[in-house]
Design a protein around this ligand. Structure first.
Ligand code: GDP
Ligand code: GDP
Length: 435
């Protein structure tokens, strides 16, 4: 992105001649909105001491100072707003006019850097005579001749010295790496294509083991998300066969490389044996996971409630895993995927302060004491969170063997509630300690 310099001034002062002169021979012109008098014209000054973009705002046909603002707003407002540097062009031969003064005041009020090009000063001998009165504008002035080139080099050097550095484009942040898992035909390719259809996409061939798999990046806002190891986006027919064979294995591998995994189920197929294999593995590995029940458009409205209940029940063995319902055809649910992945990742990487941990443990114990184990009562001393990804909580107590399944479930539920860890996997560890 180049800094943008705008040429402003009354008509006939020589703006368009100056525009061409500043651009040199390699000017590239594009026409903008047709203005009242003529189009705004952009170009890039590549050969100047510093490269910059230039916009000629068109002539300001002004017949009275009162109409100044109106005229500016009609013709040059946008150029003024987007420019980083303003050049007021005046006619040295005509001398300083009231409209030049008005314009100078107006430009000064934008608080952008302004300098004056006193044009039609066709040689050094004229400069002494023509330039002095323009100092009254209280701005930096430089005599130039757009037509003959006089003073242009010095003008450019000064301009480059004062030009603000090129505004940097907001850097694109690395967003999450996502693995899209699921049986062949679950709709993975279609889902990616549905995402891709909307926004800018970059497809890189993965320099890995499988020739057919690619990483697909898409940019949303200032973030770049990557669907890693995605088969089937290109050359679908070729991919299909290898996908059949290796999909479980690949699912497991790519979930290792990803930050968040999304398992696609087919709404009409339910949870198949292969889906269960993948789910078991992922939940055992504490992989941050979203389950998307896809092709939901194929479910008749009347059956929707029933279908959702069915999947909730199927997934009840890991109740924290968020279930969403998506369709690449109707696009329903697609907009929620990335925000949900962000939320999941945030929870998965959450670190809780020691103070919070202690308050939490106290509150949990007060609400529900651990039951006696035989004639011994478990006694908790404190808890720590030594790890994130997933959040891992270690409870120190008089004897770790005294904690049963049911109380463990209670503790997990409470921790999730306290620390807002509703959808991430968590790990609970019990350690015997002397207090
Ligand atoms: P604009 O309406 O501000 O864009 O002005 P133009 O670039 O169309 O120029 C208006 C008139 O001034 C034209 O006849 C140009 O030939 C003339 N002109 C422009 N620059 C110079 C210059 O440096 N010296 C002289 N003598 N005439 C110039
Ligand atoms: P992949 O093997 O997981 O990549 O699945 P594809 O994206 O190739 O989809 C398999 C089939 O399901 C294709 O015929 C798709 O047109 C169809 N399909 C995919 N997503 C949807 C969806 O959301 N709704 C419907 N009705 N069909 C879908």
């Amino acid at each position: 992105m180049l800094p943008l310099v705008a040429l402003l001034g009354r008509t006939n002062v020589g703006k368009s001649t100056l525009f061409n002169r500043l651009l040199g021979s390699r000017k590239s012109l594009t026409h903008d909105h047709p203005g009242v008098t003529r189009d705004r014209i952009y170009g890039v000054a590549e050969r100047a001491p510093c490269p910059f973009a230039l916009v000629d705002t068109g002539g300001l046909y002004l017949d009275s100072a009162e109409r100044m603002e109106e005229a500016i707003f009609q013709q040059a407002r946008e150029a003024l707003e987007e420019a980083h540097f303003l050049v007021l062009v005046v006619d040295g031969r005509e001398g300083l006019t009231e409209l030049d003064r008005e314009l100078a005041d107006y430009l000064r009020r934008t608080r952008k850097p302004v300098r004056v090009a006193v044009n039609k000063v066709d040689g050094a001998e004229l400069e002494e005579r023509l330039l002095p009165e323009f100092h009254a504008l209280g701005l930096d002035v430089r005599a130039v001749s757009a037509e003959h080139g006089y003073g242009i080099h010095a003008f450019l050097e000064e301009l480059c010295r004062d030009l603000p550095p090129a505004p940097e484009e907001a850097p694109v942040q690395e967003g999450l790496k996502l693995a899209l898992l699921g049986r062949p035909n679950a709709g993975k390719s279609s889902l990616i294509n549905a995402f891709v259809g909307e926004k800018r996409l970059i497809v890189d061939s993965e320099s890995g083991t499988t020739r057919d798999s690619v990483d697909v990046a898409l940019e949303r806002g200032d973030k770049r998300y990557v669907f890693i190891d995605t088969a089937g986006v290109r050359r679908k027919s070729k991919v299909r066969k290898s996908l059949e064979r290796v999909s479980v294995l690949r699912a497991l591998k790519s979930s290792n490389r990803a930050d968040v995994s999304i398992l696609l189920l087919d709404a009409l197929q339910g949870v198949t044996v292969q889906d269960k294999k993948i789910l078991d593995y992922l939940s055992g590995e504490k992989v941050p996971l979203i389950v998307a029940v896809n092709k939901i458009d194929l479910v008749p409205k009347a059956k929707l409630g029933q279908v959702k209940k069915f999947f909730q029940w199927e997934m009840s063995f890991c109740p924290h895993v968020p279930l969403i319902y998506t369709s690449s055809v109707s696009k329903s649910g697609l907009g929620g995927i990335l925000p949900l992945a962000e939320k999941l990742w945030a929870q998965y990487s959450k670190r809780v302060s020691t103070g919070e941990l202690n308050r939490c443990l106290q509150a949990i114990l007060e609400r529900h004491q651990p039951p006696m184990a035989g004639n011994r009562r478990p006694k908790f001393y404190y808890m720590t969170q030594p790890e994130v990804a997933p959040p891992t909580f270690v409870f120190f107590l008089n004897d770790h063997r005294l904690i049963g399944r049911q109380y463990t479930r209670y503790l997990e539920k409470q921790l999730r509630k306290f620390f807002k860890l509703e959808i991430t996997p968590v790990r609970l560890v019990f350690r015997t300690s002397r207090g």
